[in-house]
Write a protein that binds this ligand. Structure first.
Ligand code: SAM
Length: 283
């Protein structure tokens, strides 16, 4: 009988059929291990009938694992050859499964053909953070997700203030959701074998702490603070808060933040307090 998931032989055959040479630029490392696929799908807690968003389905390894549970999948793939082949692969291996392919750049998607509640993806590593932030911003139906990313990025997303890897992505991600790492993935499950380690990272969305205007102002402060990570906030934020260290210190003090602190010590709520003090919209 036809296998329902892709193993090494199927991955090789499909790549050959399509004339696909995986490109580094698009982060193309395809999973050829059914156990890894089932583990991700299980960790995600995907339920029959629910709509799942997948970014970068590639040859369809994870897509088939998601469809196997009875979920509906909306898959966004930038590589036209892969986007065109995917419905054929699915029809062959799991006829009747519910798949919609969107051949587009995930960084540009806004309207989707459905309202996905969950994101499950093996993300293209060079754009994983921008893709996550874009989706959290523009796909409000997404309530939770589990994604595979480069290990450093996963640890950054899940980092708390004070941690060495806490940075702008950690604060921005925390605006939208709670994050945790959810296990490592061996390099050996990919073709080609990547030269970085991978982890799973899971998120649960929470209500945003502020308005859209406040979010934009908060993110601008976060970028400025982490561009000059070693500097005290009254220096790193001076350009954004009145132009001098004195004007910045005054805003920071009115927000209840020590002007001599550094960005890596601040929570997203702290950055929001500074943005509010600056915008004059504080509580
Ligand atoms: N999900 C497949 C798997 O697990 O085998 C492939 C994962 S591979 C790491 C990343 C996939 O994302 C590739 O298929 C690549 O073409 C696609 N991709 C890269 N950049 C993208 C973008 N900006 N928007 C949508 N898809 C993208």
């Amino acid at each position: 009988s036809t296998p329902r998931l892709l193993g090494p032989a199927e991955i090789r055959d499909l790549a050959e059929l399509l004339g696909v040479t995986p490109t580094k630029k698009l982060g193309q490392n395809f999973v050829h291990d059914a156990n890894t696929v089932r583990r991700i799908v299980q960790a995600a807690g995907v339920e029959p009938g629910e709509t799942v968003l997948e970014i970068g389905p590639g040859l369809g390894s994870l897509t088939l694992g998601l469809l196997e549970t009875g979920a509906r999948v909306i898959a966004v793939e930038i590589d036209r050859r892969l986007a065109e082949q995917l419905p054929r692969t699915v029809e062959l291996m799991q006829p009747g499964a519910s798949l919609t392919v969107v051949a587009e750049d995930a960084l540009k998607v806004r309207e989707l053909p459905g309202e996905p509640v969950r994101l499950v993806a093996n993300l293209p590593y060079n754009v994983s953070v921008p893709v996550l932030l874009h989706l959290l911003e523009h796909v409000p139906s997404l309530a939770s997700g589990i994604v595979m990313v480069q290990a450093e990025v996963g640890h950054r997303l899940a980092a708390a203030p004070g941690s060495k890897v806490y940075g702008a992505p950690s604060v921005k991600a925390a605006w939208y959701a709670d994050w945790r790492t959810a296990g490592q993935v061996s390099r050996q499950v990919f073709w080609p074998v990547p030269n970085v380690d991978s982890v799973l990272v899971a998120f649960e969305r929470h209500d945003p702490p502020g308005t859209e205007t406040e979010r934009a102002a908060t993110f601008a402060l976060v970028d400025a603070a982490f561009q000059q990570r070693r500097k005290m906030l009254r220096q790193s934020l001076s350009g954004r808060l009145g132009g001098t260290t004195a004007s910045a210190a005054a805003v920071l003090e009115s927000a209840g933040i020590d002007p001599a602190a550094r960005g890596e010590q601040l929570t997203v709520a702290d950055f929001l307090a500074i943005a509010r003090a600056h915008l004059g919209s504080g509580p």
